[in-house]
Design a protein around this ligand. Sequence first.
Ligand code: ASP
Ligand code: MG
Length: 478
Amino acid sequence: MNLVVMKFGGTSVEDPAAIGRTAAIVAGRVANGKNPVVVVSAMAKVTDQLLRAAAAAAMGDRTGALAISSRLRSRHRDTACALVNDKAACAALTCMIDEKFDALDEVLRGLAAILELTPRISDLIVSYGERLSSHIVATALRERGVDSVHADAREFIITDSEFQKAGPLSDIIEKKASEKLLPHVRNGKVPVMGGFIASNEAGLTTTLGRGGSDLTGALVGGALDAETIEIWTDVDGIMTADPRVCPDALRVKVISFEEAAELAYFGAKVLHPATILPAVRKNIPVLVLNSRNASCEGTRIISLAPHCKSPFKSIAVKKKLSIIDIVASRMLMSHGYLSQMFAVFDKHKCAVDMVSTSEVSVSVTVDSNASLPAISADLGQLADVKYEGKKALVCLVGEDIRGQHGIAAQVFNAIRHINVRMISQGASEINMSFMIDEDDADEAVRSLHAAFFKEPDPEIFDVEARKQLAVSSSRVEK
Ligand code: ASP
Ligand code: MG
């Protein structure tokens, strides 16, 4: 068997055209002798809208909630009808869609009566997105001659009961996924399932957290010992920088798991960080590919990246951060202080990104969030606290900075015109990060990119695209 897990994100199934492209990509893999297992997200924006419907219902706005649901019903029905020509198949599919929306409306009405949205109900409501999209894609594939079967992920992606961010139980998943999926694959069928959704051991619907479909892909790939896991999105792969900010950004052809994990944190845009783990454990390469540009070879994420001449592979930015400065002379020569401080962040379930300490002060960075005033009030019991928003974290990632001399000097020389608020070089030795004002972020990325990607290594970066760009723009100039 040449088993490949193919995960398609929301934009790859957002409308009939996108689903058509996705189906063609899967059909192409089958034609090449592969055995795909397909994982799909909800159609783009559906998850957000389901959450909005849930929130409206929980506030007693029954009409508003049902109106959102009704719009979603039409969107799914229209998509199904546009994709499926066969009358009987179309009738069966729209009937299934109606049944699901009837059940969803029932839950929304109940919620509007009891006015309490628990994490468990939220997961139930939001699960409809993937439950619907997976059925539609399975039928669309059959229409295009791919022998597909729908598989309900909740029967084998088993998690703990931490609703909204459930933790997968890998041993059970491994056993159940093989039992459920392998017989289909052996019979030449292509199973299609929803990502993100799962169930606990009692059979209640859970979800893996926002962006969790990538994790489903990796879990299934790990459980079935896939030869590769393909993550289909709407970008050409991991880039050396955000091309909207830096027009001469290059596609990274190959990158290590460790580097990709560092970058993943900077945006679910490309990859969910936890995706890396189940794949790394089993040494399964992950490919990031573009469903709008299927011929592009994307980015290959492997355990050990080959040596690269440039120190960095990519520059990432995370905006909307805040810095909290905590100053206490009490801290001088005392112990246990940091643990008290972090207990406050723990209490507010607030993740800390970067930390820097001196003898009497600690600065930490966190996502700008609504609990900042409460956090700072609690920290205020321990020390003097100041916080400041509109900060950005710029992070340069590359295995080849390990042990290289003078890299920091080159980095800070490239951005010498920009004021740096905090610096950290992680213990992983493969990233250098610093904090600046959000308004300076784009300029910093362009300056760093110009400094470090002047002569990119053609083994690692797609320099062909840049050459073509140069040729076409010089033609324009003439
Ligand atoms: N549909 C879910 C979300 O939007 C999961 C995913 O797409 O990965 O978060
Ligand atoms: Mg995603």
